[in-house]
Design a protein. Structure first.
Length: 443
């Protein structure tokens, strides 16, 4: 049945349960709508209204259904005492069910012909009768509960225990809800903290980029220091790979700078830094170009992927082929795939090549700022065997103290090899970095 104009029924929540419970009793099959004119068939006989059955059959089925629902142990005397009141209640129940059926029929009749006012009135009558049916159900349950309490004290104790456990269960459910709320709050706090961290990281990187821009203009010396650190950082993995690949580091250091007197064996690492710097500074250009394009990338390798034909990409390709010898690649990786990629204008996405590109970016930035810096900048080198001059040279940290003490005693030092070149900025000097050895006393 469809009724789009009918008023929504305010039916109690357990009405559907009641209808289902008593469906067997009521035998609510497909109920036709009959008017006073069509209640008889063609032969003039009365058509059974609402699919009605004989009262004896209906009563028998109802009694069986209700009897099946009652499982409380009772004595024969108790059943005889309550028999009369039970028949009375069943009779009232059937009266109520009949009223519901009649109200439902009126609701159907209100649709033919369609009458909105009658539909609303019939709907309210159905709701009212169903409410009475709900009240009967509630009274029946209360009576059942009272019967259980009066049967035995053991049943009462069990019921009390059930109630205690139910209260405990409710308490546990409440605690679970509290914990779930705490988890939700903690998750929200974690998300907020992660969001704040992302914002702080972004701000820090922006400030770092801005500081680099300031350095490009105002502090050329800081860029020179950054280049020195980048070369040192790249030398670490290069030396580590040589060790793992079985290179003789002493022989390799001597091949770079022969007959050097090292104060410590570990100082031979400076020979490798000098080797890298010598090739990175080779053909140092004083041509001005835009460095901000590559500075915007946290990982400069991404800048190469974005523009693989840029001037910076060409710079990386040329310098990589100069710094990393094919023998190195074969001993490191068992192949020359890096070299093949770079030669073909590509850039391998590997940790080793990334560390190289990070170093190359700082040398690229240094070149790009020299031509645009005022006053004019000049680069200078120091030859091996030159006397140490504190004005234009700086020795490594481990030798600074010895050099200072020796100068007090007029001891003479000479340059074994230059690690990094120096720069002349107007009348100021950015000292070159050198490795020294003591050769005697000043005359």
């Amino acid at each position: 049945m469809e009724c789009t104009a009918a008023k929504p029924s305010k039916t109690p929540s357990n009405v559907s349960n009641i209808v289902t419970r008593f469906a067997k009793v009521c035998k609510l099959r497909s109920i036709g709508v009959f008017t006073s004119e069509n209640q008889c068939n063609n032969s003039g006989k009365k058509v059974p209204f609402l699919g009605e059955e004989s009262s004896s059959d209906l009563t028998e089925e109802a009694e069986c259904d209700v009897t099946d629902k009652i499982h409380h142990p009772q004595t024969i005397e108790e059943r005889n005492v309550g028999c009369e009141s039970g028949h009375l209640e069943i009779s009232k129940l059937f009266d109520t069910v009949s009223s519901v059926k009649l109200a439902y029929v009126k609701l159907q009749e209100a649709h033919i012909p369609y009458d909105p006012d009658k539909i609303v009135a019939a709907d309210e009558l159905v709701v009212s009768q169903l409410g009475i049916l709900c009240e009967s159900k509630r009274a029946f349950k209360e009576k059942q509960l009272k019967g259980v309490n009066s049967v035995s004290s053991r049943s009462a104790l069990l019921l009390a225990e059930i109630q205690v456990q139910e209260r405990l269960l409710e308490k546990l459910k409440s605690q679970v809800k509290i914990k779930e709320a705490e988890v939700v709050n903690l998750q929200k706090e974690l998300e907020d903290l992660e969001l704040k961290n992302k914002k702080l990281i972004k701000e820090f990187r922006n400030q770092e980029k801005e500081s680099i821009k300031v350095l490009n203009i105002n502090s050329f010396e800081e860029i020179v220091k950054a280049v020195a650190k980048a070369i040192h950082d790249f030398a670490k993995p290069l030396i580590a790979l040589m060790k793992v690949s079985g290179w003789d580091l002493d022989q390799a250091a001597n091949a770079i700078e022969d007959k050097v007197v090292y104060a410590k064996r570990s100082h031979k690492k400076y020979a490798f830094e000098a080797y890298i710097a010598r090739r990175m500074y080779d053909g140092f250009s004083f041509q001005s170009y835009d460095t901000e394009k590559i500075m915007k990338f946290d990982d400069p390798l991404n800048g190469l992927f974005e523009d693989p034909l840029s001037n910076f990409a060409k710079f990386c390709r040329n310098k990589y082929l100069m710094v990393v010898h094919p023998w190195m690649e074969i001993s490191f990786f068992g192949n020359v795939d890096h070299r093949t990629f770079v030669t073909n204008g590509l850039h391998p996405y590997t940790p080793f090549y990334r560390s190289f590109v990070k170093m190359a970016r700082w040398v690229w930035i240094l070149q790009g700022t020299t031509a645009s810096t005022v006053p004019k900048i000049e680069i200078f080198a120091v030859k091996r065997g030159s006397d140490f001059s504190e004005r234009s040279m700086e020795c490594i940290e481990e030798l600074k103290k010895d050099a200072f003490m020796s100068s007090q005693r007029n001891e003479r030092f000479k340059v074994e090899f230059m690690i990094l070149p120096g720069f002349k900025v107007g009348d100021s000097l950015i000292r070159s970095r050198v490795y020294l050895s003591k050769v005697g006393f000043l005359q």
